[in-house]
Design a protein around this ligand. Structure first.
Ligand SMILES: Nc1ncnc2c1ncn2[C@@H]1O[C@H](COP(=O)(O)OP(=O)(O)OP(=O)(O)O)[C@@H](O)[C@H]1O
Ligand SMILES: [Mg+2]
Length: 439
């Protein structure tokens, strides 16, 4: 199947908008590549250039190793599925799926056979005679997929194909789509702004921000070793805790990470200590995911932070505590609204979705200020302060920690948290990972 290579591809629109900024990316034969990023980061523009619907301003697009910049769309063996796919309302499901074959002159009988094959693979074999208006949303999406698959393309381009569906159906179709295209062995570029979708579906994920490619790797790589602060902040739910730390080296003993009122210590024999030690006297960002943090009994020795619960969020299968630990959080701009993990319920969920919709409508970034269940106390501390000129904002940290569902604690309760030092991430003030090459 088709391989894709983008070489230093830039797209500047006539009004001066740089939608894609010097992106290089390879999609291997049969690979499921997910392009992930917030609204407006250039995902669709990349897809449209690969499809031939948009010309790159500079750079090269290669299909199967051949320069394709001037290749007309119809010669690219590409099938696209969009969010707002349109089925022909006057045609039956079967006619809709078979339409691309009819256009390319395939006879009725082989056409019927291929349509039947595709429809049964998609689980819509029994509704071939219906009109689109007689289908559920999920069935309609399957018909759109069928129409894309039936031509046996070398490459699928899918632009947020599931974003109009409710979360249950989305999860179901996610698994179906990725299973199906893998079975077909068709190389795929799948666009989404949903990090959970990206991590569950992708062979590799490419994360974009403002037209710039931030990181590419398997879900494990980009989640476990994010190349930039931005990627660290974008992936995962709850979001990674990002704390400002000043570094102080006690030669041959340890590197202290001062987090405000408390400190953590990297022993000198930790393989990352020397890389971090270069920042002696400077500020860095320490990232800790909730899974690196475990509540322990008060007085437990070791790498432990003391905090007080500011507020709790109950998610059914777990509760999250947000702790005041006297540290400063770094907020990353441009995360494109709140984390969606498809598991939210109730008011929080509606708030989040509303926030997301507003953000899409206004084009304003969420700035990490995800709407949450507000704490009943401590609101005065929540004002964001702009730090150094540049990208990141600071505010009092609310350390997200996982607890058992509905724990017997409430806001104001003290909590001791053990920190897995080997699971920390370090970033410099520019947002680049510090310990690259050290582990
Ligand atoms: N024809 C155009 N003329 C000028 N600017 C454009 C044009 N098309 C897109 N843009 C701009 O280019 C940038 C990238 O747009 P693109 O549609 O690729 O984003 P996206 O990542 O697909 O976003 P979304 O998740 O909202 O679909 C945006 O700032 C957008 O406003
Ligand atoms: Mg788009």
């Amino acid at each position: 199947m088709t391989t894709v290579a983008l070489k230093d591809v830039t797209k500047v629109f006539p009004d001066g908008t740089v939608a894609v900024d010097n992106v290089s990316l390879d999609v291997n034969d049969g690979e499921f590549m997910v392009l992930l990023g917030p609204s407006g980061c250039g995902k669709s523009t990349v897809l449209r250039m690969v499809a031939g619907l948009e010309d790159p301003t500079t750079g090269a697009i290669l299909l199967d190793g051949e320069l394709a910049n001037d290749l007309p769309p119809r010669d690219r063996r590409i099938a696209m599925v969009f969010q707002d796919f349109a089925l022909y309302p006057h045609m039956t499901v079967g006619e809709n799926i078979g339409f691309p074959l009819r256009l390319s002159g395939v006879d009725q009988q082989p056409r019927g056979e291929r349509v039947a094959d595709v429809a049964s693979a998609l689980g819509i074999g029994d509704v071939l005679a219906r009109k689109p208006s007689q289908l559920s949303g999920g069935q309609r999406q399957r018909v759109a997929m069928g129409r894309a698959i039936v031509r046996r393309p070398g490459l699928f381009l899918m632009d947020e194909p599931l974003s109009n569906l409710d979360s249950g159906l989305r999860a179901e179709l996610r698994a179906e789509i990725s299973g199906l295209v893998r079975e077909l062995g068709v190389s795929t570029i799948y666009v989404t702004h949903d990090q959970a979708e990206a991590l569950t579906m992708a062979d590799r994920v490419a994360i974009m921000r403002k037209g710039v490619l931030q990181d590419v790797g398997t879900p494990t790589q980009v989640y476990g070793r994010p190349a930039t602060l931005y990627v660290a902040a974008f992936l995962g739910s709850p979001r990674m805790n990002l704390l400002e730390a000043s570094v102080y080296v006690h030669l041959d003993r340890y590197v202290a990470l001062n987090l405000g009122e408390q400190a953590l210590y990297l022993p000198w024999d930790d393989i990352r200590a020397r890389a971090v030690a270069h920042y002696h006297g400077e500020r860095i960002v320490v990232g800790m995911r909730a899974e690196a943090l475990t509540p322990v009994a008060p007085g437990t020795p070791g790498d432990v932070l003391q905090g007080r619960i500011r507020y709790l969020e109950h998610h059914g299968h777990e509760s999250l505590a947000f702790l005041d630990i006297g540290a400063t959080a770094i907020l990353v701009d441009d995360l494109g609204g709140p984390v969606t993990d498809g598991e939210e319920t109730g008011g929080t969920s509606r708030l989040r979705r509303f926030g997301h919709v507003m953000q899409r409508l206004t084009g304003r970034s969420g700035g990490g200020e995800a709407p949450r269940t507000e704490p009943t106390t401590g609101q005065g501390n929540r004002t964001s302060v702009l730090s150094d000129p540049g990208r990141h904002h600071r505010r009092p940290a609310e350390l997200a920690v996982r607890l058992a569902p509905y724990p017997a604690v409430s806001a104001g309760h003290p909590l001791a948290i053990s920190v897995r030092m080997d699971a920390l991430h370090f970033f410099d003030e520019r947002g680049d990972r510090i310990d690259v090459g050290w582990r």
